[in-house]
Design a protein around this ligand. Structure first.
Ligand code: DGL
Length: 282
């Protein structure tokens, strides 16, 4: 089983791309709706909740977990990979790993392979700017600027928190309202850059693929927007080719779990998944 973890239903934007790219694999999705949103939570809270999500997915038989939530990944990935998973391995000797949405995003933004620093594509030119839109917590961790500049010190990274955007998307705000809101965030970003256009844009939140066209409308024309669902799916395909040791299953099994009360959220699930979908209580 491959687990996919998110703070709620937004991660279905990523999950859909993973299933489309790897329909034969077994997947279980867990949304922590009871505790969502994570974007305004304290780091320790996000860390504990993400570890609890990992535990739940491992109990489902997952040997590989994709942390699709940017906020959870930005806060908790380092701890999970360096401390939490090794401690679990010492206990039961089962090889497991967690992958995050951050790594393929950084690879796309820098044009460099995460581990080998091999050139994947030309990416942003020397002295160029990458703009990151994300939740308040993701921005506060500085994960994206830190990881991008570690690999490409020649790139300037400018972040813009969008505190109300994920909530407005979930609340079903009109296109006009969302456009106005995104226009304000984009204007705040352009002000940080004194009007200079970024060369590439990261929409660093599971919800933003739904409004990628509005970002494209309000930003200066022609700036490439990195698609997290696509980059994450492509990264998982290559990861599985390189790591046959993870027994992830190839029976096309699906399970959708939520820690929250689902009946009230059916419209939301449909919004992020594109069609109705049944969830079980986690
Ligand atoms: N899933 C979160 C992310 O990608 C957005 C929603 C939340 O704040 O929990 O950052």
């Amino acid at each position: 089983m491959i687990g996919v973890f998110d703070s709620g239903f937004g991660g279905l934007t990523i999950h859909r791309a993973l299933i489309d790219a790897m329909p034969e694999h077994d997947f279980v999705y867990l949304g922590d709706n009871k505790n969502s949103p994570y974007g305004t939570r304290e780091p320790l809270d996000v860390l504990n909740l993400t570890c609890a999500g990992m535990e739940r997915l491992i109990a489902e038989g997952c040997t590989l977990v994709v942390v699709a939530c940017n906020t959870a990944a930005a806060v908790a990935m380092r701890w999970i990979q360096q401390q939490w998973l090794p401690a679990l391995y010492l206990k039961d000797g089962v090889p497991r790993n967690a992958l995050s949405i951050v790594v393929p995003t950084i690879e796309a933004a820098t044009g460099l392979d995460w581990y080998e620093k091999r050139r994947l594509h030309d990416g942003v030119t020397t002295g160029g700017v990458v703009a990151v839109f994300a939740t308040e917590r993701t921005v506060a961790t500085k994960t994206y600027p830190f990881e991008i500049r570690k690999r490409r010190p020649d790139i300037q990274v400018v972040q813009q928190a969008c505190p109300a955007l994920a909530g407005a998307i979930e609340a079903g705000a009109s296109q006009d309202k969302l456009r106005a809101m995104i226009g304000e965030y984009a204007a705040a970003l352009m002000q940080q850059l004194n009007g200079r256009a970024p060369e590439s844009v990261v929409l660093g939140c599971t919800h933003y693929p739904l409004v990628a066209d509005l970002f494209a409308e309000v930003l200066p024309a022609g700036i490439p927007i990195i698609s997290q669902p696509d980059t994450t799916a492509a990264a998982l395909v290559t990861y599985l080719e390189r790591h046959p040791e993870y027994q992830v299953g190839r029976n096309g099994q699906r399970k959708f779990l939520s820690t929250g009360y689902v009946p009230d959220a059916l419209h939301l699930i449909e919004k992020f998944w594109g069609e109705p979908l049944s969830f079980e209580k986690a």
